[in-house]
Every structure is written in structure tokens, then in C-alpha cells.
Ligand binder design. Structure first.
Ligand code: NAD
Length: 270
């Protein structure tokens, strides 16, 4: 067995942070060398195992991300847009692999990541699962094959704690459908219909978001035409799929040139 890749997990106490800690522990190719939480969080300064109530693990919880980024070969980041942008300045300085699952990033945020990717190897995806990345390809192909007689609607469902809408995955699917049609999503997207909206715009790509309970993540892409309807559907039942995808990306990124990559590259989908 070769050397294990040293991984840092940002936002360790979060839903995805905890899942990543367990996924890395099960891997024989990776080793968790440290984690972070936001300054002021009560885990900062503790040992991760003690913070989790599992007994000492020898993995520190840092409040300053630089302390762990300088030691890590890959950083896995499912936090908030502000935190992720700050982390990217540091992973660029350290020229390390930065896997980003954080969603809700603005166009300005993405431009900042493009700049950081001149020095860091960034892999970013609104969804790290194999199934959704395959579905994204299919959505693009179907949109390319159909004309605007077919209305494209994207419906997503998530747990009650999710703070952004539409989900990063819904936007990924929308971007793919728009690319298939050769249009810019920002010019055709229809969101948040309410009241007397008027009829649906020809060629629009619509988004609807449902929030409730503990739904891990469900996405439908509907192509509704005259007399028939195609529905692509993906249902996530376990957050482990995102954590395993993120770890795969962290390992894939080792030795890759700096750049802003997607999961399609990691999964060999072109
Ligand atoms: P969460 O709120 O449970 O966890 C986020 C964690 O980040 C929290 O523990 C928070 O304290 C921590 N954090 C915030 N600012 C920080 C900082 N400056 N430094 C260190 N830690 C900080 O949320 P979650 O459900 O784990 O989701 C996190 C993000 O990942 C969201 O944007 C979500 O949409 C996204 N997500 C992406 C995928 C994917 O496959 N790409 C899958 C699931 C969730």
C-alpha cells in the first residue's frame, strides 16, 4: 500500500462534514489529518474524536483554515459560499487540491474560484454523485434532440434545513439542458412563479423547490411536450454518495495541473 493522501475537511460538524469524516476513515487510500470549524464554534481547539464523543482520534479541529491547508494534500469543502471563497485564496497559495461541494455560489464567487484555479486544482460540483452526473449528460442530450415544443421543468426536493434554492444540482441540470439547446440559462430560467404570472415563456427552463423533513435530495427534469412527457428522475437516499464522490475527486486531483474541473472529468464522462 502506498502513502495515504492527507485530507483536510472544512466544516467538520456539518451534515456533510460528519459524513466525510466517516468516509475517509473507511478508505485505505486517504487519511484525515485535520478538520476546521468556523471561528467561535465549540469544537475549535478540541480533538475531533473528543468533539464527536467517540474518544481521542489525534485529529485537531482548527479555527484557522491556514493551519491545516498548509499540511494537506487535498481539502474537502462543504461549507458556505463565504467560507469557500476564503478557503480558495489559501488553497491557491498552497497549490493544493480543493474539492468544493458548497452550493449557492454567485457568479462573482465562481469568478473568484476561476482566479484561484490558476494555482489550485479545484474540483467543483453542485452534486458529487455518479447518478446525477450521468443524468446531467442525459438532460443535455435530450434537450439537444427536442425543440422548444417541449417545456423543460426542473423540480427539486430537499430537507427543511437547506438554505439555498434552487439547489446546486437543479442549476447543474438546468445549465446542461440550456447547453443542449444552445442557450444561456440566465436568459431563459423561470423561477418562483406566484400569482398572475402570465403563460409560460417559450423555451423557458422552469425551477421549483420543495423543502421538508429529512429529504436527502431528489431531482426531476421534465420535458413536457404535446401528448407526451419524458421525466428523468434521481433520488438520493444516503449522503454517503456525495462524500464518496468528493473523496474520489480529492484522490483524482493528486498530480493534476491547476484548473477548475467538474465531476464529469473525475468520473471520466468527458
Ligand atoms: P451544514 O450547515 O450541515 O454544514 C456546514 C458546516 O460548515 C457547518 O458545520 C458550519 O459551521 C461550517 N462552516 C461555516 N462556515 C465555516 C468556516 N468559515 N470555516 C469552517 N467551517 C464553516 O450544511 P450541509 O448540509 O453539510 O451542506 C453544506 C454545503 O454543501 C451546502 O452548500 C450544501 O448545499 C452543499 N451540499 C453539496 C452536495 C454536493 O454533492 N455538491 C451535497 C450535499 C450538500
Amino acid at each position: 500500500m502506498g502513502e495515504r493522501v492527507g485530507i483536510a475537511v472544512m466544516g467538520a460538524s456539518g451534515r456533510m462534514g460528519r459524513m466525510l469524516i466517516d468516509t475517509i476513515a473507511e478508505s485505505d487510500r486517504a487519511e484525515l489529518i485535520g478538520v476546521t470549524e468556523r471561528p467561535g464554534h465549540d469544537w475549535v481547539g478540541k480533538d475531533l474524536g473528543d468533539a464527536l464523543g467517540r474518544g481521542h482520534m489525534g485529529v485537531p479541529v482548527y479555527g484557522d483554515p491556514l493551519d491545516v491547508i498548509v499540511k494537506a494534500q487535498a481539502v474537502i469543502d462543504f461549507t458556505s459560499p463565504e467560507a469557500t471563497i476564503a478557503h480558495a485564496q489559501l488553497t491557491a497559495q498552497a497549490r493544493t487540491v480543493h474539492v468544493i461541494g458548497t452550493t449557492g455560489l454567485s457568479e462573482t464567487d465562481i469568478a473568484a474560484l476561476d482566479a484561484a484555479a490558476r494555482h489550485a486544482t479545484i474540483v467543483r460540483a453542485g452534486n458529487m454523485s455518479l447518478g446525477v452526473n450521468l443524468m446531467t449528460r442525459l438532460a443535455q442530450q435530450i434537450a439537444a434532440a427536442l425543440d422548444t415544443e417541449f417545456d423543460i421543468e426542473i423540480v427539486e426536493k430537499h430537507h427543511r434545513h437547506k438554505v439555498d434554492a434552487p439547489s446546486g444540482t437543479a442549476l447543474m441540470l438546468g445549465e446542461a439542458a440550456a447547453a443542449g439547446r444552445g442557450v444561456d440559462l440566465s436568459e431563459v430560467s423561470e423561477r418562483g412563479r406566484d400569482g398572475i404570472t402570465g403563460p409560460r415563456g417559450e423555451g423557458a427552463i422552469g425551477f421549483s423547490a420543495i423543502r421538508g423533513g429529512d429529504i436527502v435530495g431528489e431531482h426531476d427534469v421534465i420535458f413536457a411536450g404535446p401528448g407526451e412527457r419524458i421525466v428523468l428522475s434521481h433520488i438520493a437516499t444516503d449522503r454517503g454518495i456525495f462524500a464518496r464522490g468528493a473523496l474520489k475527486a480529492a484522490l483524482w486531483g493528486q498530480g493534476k495541473a491547476p484548473g477548475h474541473y467538474s465531476m464529469a472529468s473525475v468520473l471520466g464522462l468527458g
